[in-house]
Design a protein around this ligand. Structure first.
Ligand SMILES: [Zn+2]
Length: 421
């Protein structure tokens, strides 16, 4: 359905305040918001307070979420120690760590063989990549991300575990390193040849936590039971100003503008703020779907999702996610407000897209994206998010300042943990 934007649409869009958006973003991003943490809850309470002040009906509730927080990682080979990170839903090795022979596989493929090996590979750590490693018999995976490491979850299980999905959680430890450490490891392989022994250790805190969900309705006047769900996650990797405070700010600014204009809505707009996105593979939105299935099926007309909006230099708005049935509708707004042709992009399996089961059409996710550039970070992110022109969310997406570790081994005891060929 193509929409002709009328004066009401344009007047509303003129009311968007850049200052308000920046102020909301700064407030939400002032703390690191790990799922289920007190810092995250303070961000939820701030958002609730802003919405309460506008006069919305809000509800903050808590439920059990299966949450996984990476704590620390170590990697040693050939007498060197390599800075590295581990990932949400990776296994923990325990204090003794894990020894193994390194095998370099440039590109993972199903059907590959890596029995008993620690596989070193290029790319970002993804659930699909880890599944291929497990099927190949690898005992651990090390991903060479690019110029910087990117936080990821490596589980393919959607939301909380069930008896059926419990066995699908990753069974191996997973690390990521930058291309600098990748080149050093490959250099060792070239120098010493295979087998090159490596030692690695991961510590990941995985378990049940109480996580929050915040809902806020702007009630419709004519069909109040029918609603559009407009959602974003509040939890973050690190300070997450862009992922996802800026998107949370967009929801707050939408509420501010709609509550300040005199024309009532025909149907309800339901704002939803999730936890458990980054560290529970969408356990917040998945739980909401499971516990509100009938209402979603009967009354939810559309799910609009906001993630990682408004990054510096993010000029591409025409390649956001959509479904066939929402493409023309969403594209009408993008084209009318930006002049950019809307191409759209098929949804992948990610990003709180928890509502396809009840038959809810979906529109948008990362609405503003970076142009592709010819550097390692862009090339890596293009594989995950890229489209025709778009290169994803920028090098800083899910980044961490790598924990500093000495490039030489600190103790003789540590030397005993590996043997080099
Ligand atoms: Zn996000």
């Amino acid at each position: 359905m193509v929409v002709e934007l009328n004066k009401t649409h344009l007047d509303l869009s003129d009311k968007v305040s850049a200052e308000k958006l920046m102020a909301f973003t700064a407030e939400i991003a002032k703390e690191v918001r790990l799922s289920g943490s007190p810092e995250e809850l303070r961000a939820f309470q701030y958002v609730k307070g802003e919405l309460d002040a506008l006069g919305l009906e809000t509800a903050l509730s808590f439920h059990d979420g299966f949450i996984s927080l990476p704590l620390s990682a170590e990697l040693q080979a050939g007498g060197m120690e390599f800075p590295c990170i581990t990932h949400s839903m990776s296994t923990s090795t325990g204090n003794e760590g894990l020894d193994g022979e390194l095998l370099y596989v440039k590109e993972l493929a199903s059907g590959m063989e890596a029995a008993g090996k620690v596989v070193l590979t290029d790319g970002i750590a993804t659930p699909g990549g880890v599944q291929m490693l497990e099927q190949a018999g690898a005992i651990a995976g090390i991903f060479i991300n690019g110029s910087i490491t990117h936080e990821m979850t490596v589980s393919r299980v959607w939301g909380n575990p069930t008896p059926e999905t419990k066995k699908e959680f990753p069974k191996i430890p997973v690390l990521s390193i930058t291309e600098k450490e990748g080149a050093q490891l490959l250099g060792q392989l070239a120098r010493y040849g295979e087998p090159l022994k490596v030692w690695l250790k991961t510590e990941v805190d995985t378990g049940w936590r109480k996580i929050p969900t915040l809902l806020a309705d702007i009630k419709g006047d004519i069909e109040p039971e029918k609603f559009v769900l407009f959602s974003s996650h509040i939890d973050s990797w690190h300070y997450g100003a862009m992922d996802n405070a800026s998107a949370n700010a967009a929801l707050l600014e939408t509420a501010r503008i709609l509550m300040s204009q005199p024309m009532p809505l025909r149907r309800t707009l339901r704002l939803a703020f999730w936890s458990g996105h980054s560290h529970g593979r969408y356990s917040g939105s998945a739980y909401y779907c499971d516990s509100h299935w009938e209402e979603l099926h009967e009354h939810c007309l559309l799910h609009v999702y906001a993630d990682s909006l408004g990054g510096k230099g993010a000029q591409i708005l025409g390649e956001s996610n959509c479904m066939a049935e929402t493409r023309d509708y969403g594209g009408s707004f993008v084209e009318a407000l930006t002049g950019e042709a809307f191409i759209g992009k098929r949804f992948g399996r990610g990003g709180d897209q928890s509502f396809w089961g009840p038959g809810v059409p979906a529109l948008f996710m990362g609405l503003s994206e970076q142009p592709q550039t010819d550097d390692a970070a862009s090339r890596t992110l293009v594989k995950l998010f890229g489209g025709i022109k778009s290169g994803g969310f920028g090098w800083w997406w899910h980044t961490v300042k790598i924990r500093s570790t000495s490039s030489t081994l600190k103790t003789c005891g540590a030397i005993a943990k590996f043997t080099c060929h």
